[in-house]
Design a binder for this molecule. Structure first.
Ligand SMILES: Cc1ncc(C[n+]2csc(CCOP(=O)(O)OP(=O)(O)O)c2C)c(N)n1
Ligand SMILES: [Mg+2]
Length: 282
């Protein structure tokens, strides 16, 4: 089970979640799979092993560790993976989760996306610069790995190693993925206000997709023709999904039935919910 932040939507796509469903949620139209109960990009897809995305950034490790502990208690082979960002490691919940993960040998992979920024706050304010995020694992008695997060093969191999450890009952692994957030944090953020204009262009470790492409080209496992072809296929897939979602309706054009707001939250309806339904004449 994946416990993602807003940066792990790729997991959902890798597991075959339909693109049009993502867009329906963004438009909050009548076919929004979560029926307007979540913010646009906070996806949730239990059947795809994708735990509800939470806007509260500190929650991921605690949820992942607790879920993994419950699975181990029931002798299940399932494992969990949770991610947080570098800034979020400064939350108390990071340490609470590591304590539980270590004491109960929870079958979990704990990933830190160290992109060196937490919106406008440099990573040096989340941790002392004389240490690394990976090294924090050692005091909890669990392995801490630091990997070039822009090297797809390195990322794959550390995750495989950590998953194997978790599956064989050796407990948690903390992995720091060293990377760089080249763009803005969000559409309302302007990085030029707090870091040098040319910082992104000076980042030496490159774009991970371009690096993987160059590696495969050098090994004759890929070609420019196949690359062009897949770009076209993916562009078409995105455009067609977008059009399909637009036909169902963009924001405000079509929306879930108001009754949906009261369903799927409590197992049995709370008296307050019943009162509110009555107020709406439903
Ligand atoms: C508990 C909580 N505090 C503050 C915020 C506002 N907020 C959203 S993203 C973010 C920065 C997170 O930075 P980092 O952990 O480095 O993750 P990144 O976005 O860089 O991947 C903050 C402070 C929040 N969503 N939740
Ligand atoms: Mg960050």
């Amino acid at each position: 089970m994946c416990f993602p932040t807003y940066r792990q939507v790729g997991w959902l796509l890798a597991r075959g979640y339909p693109l049009v469903k993502l867009i329906n949620q963004i438009f909050n139209n009548n076919d929004d799979p979560l029926k307007g109960k979540q913010l646009p990009v906070l996806y949730s897809a239990r059947d795809f092993g994708f735990y509800s995305l939470s806007g509260n950034v500190g929650t991921r490790f605690g949820h992942a560790v607790g879920w993994a502990m419950a699975k181990a208690y029931r002798n299940s082979d399932d494992i969990a993976i949770g991610f947080i960002g570098d800034g979020t490691t400064a939350e108390g919940s990071f340490h609470e989760a590591l304590t539980f993960a270590s004491v109960y040998k929870a079958p979990v992979i704990l990933g830190i996306t160290n992109n060196q920024w937490a919106i406008s706050t440099f990573t040096g304010l989340a941790t002392n610069q004389d240490t690394t995020f990976a090294s924090k694992a050692l005091s909890y008695g669990i392995p801490g790995l630091r990997v070039d997060g822009n090297d797809a093969l390195a990322v794959y191999s550390v995750l495989e190693w950590a998953a194997d450890r978790a599956r064989h009952g050796h407990g948690a692994t903390l992995i720091e993925f060293f990377t760089y957030r080249s763009g803005a944090h969000s559409t309302s953020d302007d990085p030029e206000r707090y870091r040098p204009k040319d910082e992104a262009s000076l980042w030496p470790l490159g774009d991970p997709i371009e690096r993987l492409k160059q590696h495969l080209l050098a090994n004759s496992e890929w070609s420019e023709e196949r690359d062009d072809e897949i770009q076209k296929v993916l562009d078409k897939q995105v455009t067609e999904s977008l059009k399909e979602a637009e036909r169902i309706g963009v924001l405000g054009e079509s929306k879930p039935d108001v009754r949906e707001m009261f369903e799927g939250v409590f197992k049995e309806q709370d008296w307050r919910v019943k009162e509110q339904l009555k107020e709406l004449g439903l």
